[in-house]
Write a protein that binds this ligand. Sequence first.
Ligand SMILES: [Zn+2]
Ligand SMILES: [Zn+2]
Length: 147
Amino acid sequence: MKLRKGFVSNSSSSSFVCDICGGIESGWDLSYSDVDMTECSKGHCFHYGCLSKKDKAIIEAGVKGDEDKEPDEDDDDDDGEEDIIPTELCPVCQLRVVSDNLVQKFLRMKSGKSLDQLGDDIRAEYKNSSQIDEAFKAFEEKVDKKK
Ligand SMILES: [Zn+2]
Ligand SMILES: [Zn+2]
């Protein structure tokens, strides 16, 4: 996800949030290549370093095969050098990587509850967010051991 705040006419502060690791890169007039990230046409963005070997290979092969074609119409201003990958190559679009956002949507549908109801469930069990963090840490350790 790319967040951009316009500032003065030719300079802007941008933040990129990696859809894989959740890391945030921000700076002035940042382009994806500055932080070794790429974006798909649906707006997912991620570090190259966060991709699996397989996903890197898929993207590299796909981008190469695509070079002859004209790039899609881009309403963005002057970032011509940023290549945006099509959704067919995007690991997030293709569910090869499942982002927190998708997990949340999936689990909410599975629970069949509204956000308010889930909030009530959470508040019934935990007093504050650090209690949840601690419980989650213990949970993750248990799950990792099972692998
Ligand atoms: Zn990342
Ligand atoms: Zn995508």
